[in-house]
Design a protein around this ligand. Structure first.
Ligand code: NAI
Ligand code: MG
Length: 502
């Protein structure tokens, strides 16, 4: 037990669902991996195994790509009227909503996510993403072009083909549907590789896709490890596009593999070290609340976590006091318990990585204001942790920690805040807290990041494009921009009158 916050241990809230799906889903069937190998999926609340899941490798990816290729080249999905694809996707969304509790519980035992959040947010949001793109499926069209020469031309927007989706573990259900939904609406077929830490809900979604009437071969799910099954996707000669969310390090490998194989289209949603800037005119309670939730939501395992918080000098002491007070009262424990605000980190590797960053911060001379220790006798729980007096070159200020660890600093001027906020290789998101419109507008235009939240944080929406600048990647998720990632533009040209065609 730690002293930094409330720790509410395991026991009375355990609601482990029966695990129904553990095999690869290829061409509409659940099948074993060709090698017969399986991998363990672990409950981070205890470190114990939940189930063994098929371990797919290159040959399984080949099989899945073959099914997806066939479904694309000669199956009905890309040829259906968009309205019909939309109708089936709506049914898929309804089926998700009918199984909210079970799906939320699967993500809780696999990823350590709060069950209550899963029920009211992750799973309903997954269904809503499907519905957003279902509504777009019959609104895909090109343009008629009045060419400057005497030609008549128009563009067609065609599905890009077979897509590989490599999905992370931190928000398994939403990540799955951020990728799958626009690709389905576009008329693509796909191979999805969930993260090895969190395969369970993805396999359940494969089952629901079939029930909804999505034709065999359109969605294939290959569970397995990154360097084997994941790498087989990014280097595959018959996959037309790959969409990846995860670490910058692996994003680089995905891009290299795409370049070295068939030059497939790549989109990357990578990490971040997002700044939240709080100005003197901010309401202290609201600002502290935003900053703390910004780093502790989903135990800090969020690509846009507000891991660097800059507070203007006039209210710095008040914000620090409030932050530390609130961090100490933050409830860490079993994610099934409705009182709990923070569950365990996803796995032992992530737990140890976060603790080693904390040690680094202490060793390099940053001041630990609160937290810093693991919690509980078993499982991967960590105290909400706040460092201050850090230097910009310290690892805790530079690297994505992906855990409940905030780096907090004081600033004087707007110019200083902008400069420090931009002093990162990442550019995923940023937050600004101020009542002054001029300050908000100036700062939001000066920060090189894909999303700016003013007086809010985590304000995602299906219709609001999301994605990085700089080394946080490229290519947008959400919005119609994401639909266009899975479409190719074809130009069709014909002469008018007796135009000479050369
Ligand atoms: P990762 O980047 O290794 O994993 C993400 C996905 O990529 C998983 O499905 C994994 O199996 C796959 N993958 C791994 N190696 C691959 C390869 N060579 N080729 C193709 N696919 C591969 O991330 P990991 O190791 O789980 O976490 C490390 C750090 O990455 C975290 O601490 C965090 O900083 C960052 N991360 C960022 C995420 C985001 O949302 N931007 C999500 C997950 C991790
Ligand atoms: Mg990795």
């Amino acid at each position: 037990m730690g002293s930094g916050c409330n720790y509410d241990g395991l026991d009375s809230f355990v609601k482990i669902p029966t695990i129904k799906f553990t095999k690869l889903f290829i061409n509409g069937e659940f099948i074993d991996s060709i090698s017969g190998k399986t991998l363990e999926t672990i409950d981070p609340r205890t470190g114990e195994m939940i189930a063994r899941v098929a371990e797919g490798d290159k040959e399984d990816v080949d099989l899945a790509v073959k099914a997806a290729r066939h479904a694309f080249d000669s199956g009905p999905w890309p040829r259906l009227p968009g309205s019909e694809r939309g109708r089936i996707m709506m049914k898929f969304a309804d089926l998700i909503e009918e199984n909210v509790e079970e799906l939320a519980a699967l993500d809780t035992i696999d990823a350590g996510k709060l069950f209550s959040t899963g029920k009211v947010r992750d799973i309903p949001v997954a269904a809503s993403i499907l519905r957003y793109y279902a509504g777009a499926a019959d609104k895909i069209h090109g343009e008629v072009l009045k060419m400057s020469r005497e030609f008549h031309a128009y563009t067609l927007r065609e599905p890009i083909g077979v897509v590989g989706h490599i999905v992370p573990w931190n928000i398994p259900s939403v990540s799955f549907f951020i990728k799958v939904s626009p690709a389905l609406a576009a008329g693509c077929t796909m191979v999805v590789k969930p993260a090895e830490q969190t395969p369970l809900s993805a396999l359940y979604y494969a089952h629901l896709a079939k029930l909804a009437g999505i034709p065999d071969g359109v969605i294939n799910v290959v569970t397995g490890f990154g360097p084997t099954a994941g790498a087989a996707i990014s280097s595959h000669m018959d996959i037309d596009a790959v969409s990846f969310t995860g670490s910058t390090e692996v994003g680089r490998k995905v891009m290299q593999a795409a370049a070295a194989s068939n030059l497939k289209v790549v989109s990357l949603e990578l990490g971040g070290k997002s700044p939240l800037i709080i100005f003197d005119d901010a309401d202290v309670d609201i600002a502290a609340q935003l900053a703390l939730t910004g780093i502790l939501f989903n135990k800090g395992e969020v690509c846009v976590a507000s891991s660097r918080v800059y507070v203007q000098e006039g209210i710095y002491d008040q914000v620090v006091k409030k932050l530390v007070e609130n961090a100490k009262a933050w409830v860490v424990g079993d994610p099934f318990d409705p009182k709990v605000q923070q569950g365990p980190q996803v796995d032992k590797k992530q737990f140890e990585k976060i603790l080693s960053y904390i040690e680094h911060g202490k060793r390099e001379g940053a001041t630990l204001l609160t937290g810093g220790k693991p919690l509980g006798g078993k499982g991967y729980y960590i105290e909400p942790t706040i460092f201050t007096d850090f230097k910009e070159e310290m690892l805790i200020a530079k690297d994505e920690i992906f855990g409940p660890v905030m780096a907090l600093a004081k600033f004087k001027t707007i110019e200083e805040a902008i400069e420090r906020a931009n002093n990162t290789r990442y550019g995923l998101a940023a937050g600004i807290v101020t009542k002054d419109l001029n300050v908000a507008n100036t700062v939001s235009r000066s920060i090189r990041a894909g999303t700016i939240w003013i007086n809010c944080y985590f304000a995602f929406g299906n219709d609001c494009p999301f994605g990085g600048y700089k080394m946080s990647g490229f290519g947008k998720d959400f919005g119609l921009e994401a639909l266009h990632k899975y479409l190719k533009v074809k130009s069709v040209v014909t002469p008018l009158y007796n135009t000479p065609w050369l």
